[in-house]
Unconditional design. Structure first.
Length: 255
């Protein structure tokens, strides 16, 4: 009996679709942590031909709005800039009888031993995000968050930070006017970075009012007015105060 794990292909003797010499796992497969995942129909494997043929080992991120997985991209802004899973098997996102793309429901790897050199799309940022994975090249830029930020986001217009932005570093590259970043409803466990990279005003605002602590006073806003200003913003354990901690070279104005 002939079998195939390539989605949409009937069993039988055909030309090879993918090779498994580049198996991306190491150690026992039972050490893996798996989750059910819906692979978005628009997912592509940019290193393959055609790109709708997805190879095992492809890094995936999860789209925040839909919960679907798609290819990881460090420059994305929809949630897939956070590497959170690895594709286990070869798939085509197109129906085998048509050229129409379809979402694919299958298990994905969300933790366990992996070979860094065999993962498709791995970069240093992804390593830091993959804290549930164990890389085989121990000592070579290991993961587990030596870097504090899981993602970077540029905002050139007013924006309300949401819970899923936790552990994000924001900047205002390209803006020419004032940008206001409004913090989410206060809760403990939040940690944000905010940096000015443009000659403009970057303002941080509290949704609750005067509960931002930056000096000896409690204020409702903090402003960075020159390039080089950096603050870390996090809540206290009681979730009553936002702590604004200066890390850059520019003075932070509280108001």
């Amino acid at each position: 009996m002939f079998m195939t794990d390539a989605y949409g292909l009937a069993p039988g003797a055909t030309t090879a679709r993918e090779t498994y010499e580049a198996e991306f796992r190491w150690g026992s497969q039972w050490q893996g942590v798996y989750a059910n995942g819906l692979i978005d129909a628009a997912t592509v494997d940019s290193g393959n031909t055609p790109t709708n043929q997805l190879r095992p080992g492809l890094l995936l991120g999860q789209i925040l709005a839909t919960g679907k997985y798609t290819q990881y991209s460090a420059t994305a802004t929809n949630g897939s800039e956070v590497a959170s899973a690895v594709l286990l098997e070869a798939f085509s996102t197109q129906d085998f009888s048509t050229s129409v793309g379809h979402d694919i429901f299958y298990s994905v790897l969300v933790g366990g031993p992996v070979q860094a050199s065999k993962l498709l799309g791995l970069d240093n940022m992804a390593r830091q995000q993959m804290d549930k994975f164990m890389f085989d090249d121990i000592g070579n830029l290991q993961g587990n968050h030596w870097f504090p930020w899981k993602r970077f986001q540029t905002k050139i217009a007013n924006y309300t930070i949401v819970a899923t932005d936790n552990m994000t570093m924001f900047d205002d590259t390209g803006t020419t006017g004032t940008v206001i970043l409004t913090l989410p409803a206060i809760a403990n466990g939040y940690f944000f970075g905010i940096r000015t990279t443009a000659s403009s005003i970057l303002r941080i605002a509290s949704a609750e009012g005067s509960n931002m602590v930056g000096t000896t006073l409690t204020q409702s806003t903090a402003s960075i007015t020159a390039i080089g200003g950096v603050v870390y913003v996090y809540s206290n354990a009681a979730a009553t105060k936002w702590i604004v901690e200066q890390h850059g070279t520019q003075t932070i104005t509280m108001a």
